[in-house]
Design a protein around this ligand. Structure first.
Ligand code: 5AD
Ligand code: SF4
Length: 436
């Protein structure tokens, strides 16, 4: 029996792909082990969204080279976006790698692993399986309460900074029947929450033979018995329809929380990014969302230092943050990605300006997040308990608005919905006490 260990970089999509790799290999009789030290194979599931993610992967690979020198029988596999991007070029830098495969090649993993163990030369397959989105893949889930469910793969948007469309290919939606069946099975097993995953969930259904869209899918998933909560990522603002807003308002299981990446508050930069909405369009959608669902929590992604971003453009982003008052943001310095259109744009900015702008947006948002979190103090809120808090000792869960809440209680409650009174709030989490 072979043992394996997976190191995952990047987004939820990658985390979920690793669960699928684990499921596939376990079905073959392989065993997942908690560390690299006693693994026959180490799989690095990589991310290339920004340069930093890529650097992390290469330094991990360097560490594994040493380990392999001590244990020559060990195999190293590279999966995910860097595998797709670099293919056999990885071997020029790291000739000791044994297996390279892309995100849409995961279903063939058992065969690839067998081949990798039976021959000396590396196995490389990044051809992609055109039927991947129709396959049912065994999944070994890390969490017992919340589950990820892929609803679509790829992205057709071609935002000018982003490598995703080149690496994860064109948009392909899974048939709704497959998705609903997967959710039913999860609910039967006791899962309380599903997060529907896709690069651009709002355009779900495009290209499917059935006549369906994302809000129709939400209505179907909302009918699944015993399921309590539904979340989804990621929404593209341009495709956020009124019917989706209605679905969030009307469907009891769909949580009142939305991640809606704006990227920039400047129309010139949004145009250069090929986002295909304006600042006004975005603000209008936020207003419509809040009119329909007043308690909705909103988070976003921001890129600072995009090529050509001048002081006014940056100020427009700061003002948008003040105006919308998001519950939280993920902010990144623009990072040059191979093959993307933004590489060729004029006005690339020096690192120190990007750094300074990042510090400013983060400081502003920290202030807003604390103010927003403090406003929950004294309120009663429903929490789905999903585990213990990182600092230990306390139960931890999330509100419907996706805020982390820590509070005292027995671990037998993990997996339950409880009501909690919020007693204090910080930037990353709320504290409270269970209502009897
Ligand atoms: N540089 C910086 N941030 C990026 N993102 C995507 N590509 C880049 C890049 N080249 C950010 C976007 C996206 C999030 C997942 O990562 O904000 O929404
Ligand atoms: Fe990248 Fe834009 Fe697609 Fe998101 S929507 S994955 S940022 S191309």
């Amino acid at each position: 029996m072979k043992s394996f260990h997976i190191i995952t970089f990047g987004c939820q999509m990658n985390e979920h792909d690793s669960e699928r790799m684990t499921g596939l290999l376990r079905d073959q009789g392989c065993a997942l082990v908690p560390g690299v030290a006693d693994a026959d194979m180490v799989i690095l599931n990589t991310c290339s969204i920004r340069e930093k993610a890529e650097q992390k992967f290469y330094s991990e690979l360097g560490r594994l080279k040493q380990l392999k020198a001590e244990r020559p029988g060990m195999k190293i596999a590279v999966a995910g976006c860097i595998a797709q991007q670099e293919g056999k070029n990885i071997l020029a830098r790291a000739p000791y790698v044994d297996l390279i495969f892309g995100p849409s090649d995961v279903a063939r993993l058992p065969v690839m692993v067998e081949t990798a163990f039976s021959r000396r030369s590396p196995v490389i397959d990044t051809s992609g399986d055109p039927e991947y989105h129709r396959k049912r893949i065994p999944t070994a889930r890390v969490d017992k309460v919340k589950a990820w469910v892929s609803i679509m793969y790829g992205c057709d948007n071609f935002c000018t900074y982003c490598v995703v469309p080149y690496l994860r290919g064109r948009e392909r939606s899974r048939p709704s029947e497959d998705i609903v069946n997967e959710v039913r099975e999860l609910a039967r097993k006791g899962y309380k929450e599903v997060s529907l995953l896709g690069q651009n969930v709002n355009s779900y259904g495009k290209g499917l033979r059935e006549d369906t869209d994302f809000s129709a899918l939400l209505r179907m998933v909302n009918e699944v018995p015993a399921l309590e909560r539904i979340r989804f990522v990621t929404s593209h603002p341009r495709d956020l329809s009124d019917s989706l807003i209605d679905a969030v308002r009307d469907l009891p299981k769909v949580c009142e929380s939305l991640h809606l990446p704006v990227q920039s508050g400047s129309d010139d930069i949004l145009r250069a990014m090929n986002r295909r909405y304006t600042r006004m369009d975005y603000l209008d959608k936020v207003k419509r969302l809040r009119d329909a669902v007043p308690e909705i929590t909103l988070t976003t992604d921001i890129i600072v230092g995009f090529p050509g971003e001048n002081a006014q453009d940056f100020e427009a982003t700061m003002q948008l943050l003040e105006e919308v008052r998001f519950d939280g943001i993920f902010a990144f310095k623009y990072s040059k990605r191979p093959g993307t259109a933004a590489l060729k744009l004029p006005g690339h900015l020096p690192e120190d300006i990007k750094e300074e702008r990042l510090t400013k947006v983060l400081a502003l948002q920290k202030k807003i997040t604390i103010q927003k979190n403090k406003a929950y103090t004294g309120m009663y809120t429903e929490v789905l308990i999903d585990g213990m808090s990182k600092r230990g000792g306390k139960l931890s869960g999330r509100t419907r608005g996706n805020k982390v809440v820590n509070f005292a209680g027995p671990d037998s409650l993990i997996g339950s919905l409880v009501f909690v009174r919020i007693t204090a709030a910080g930037v990353n989490s709320l504290s409270g006490e269970i209502c009897e």
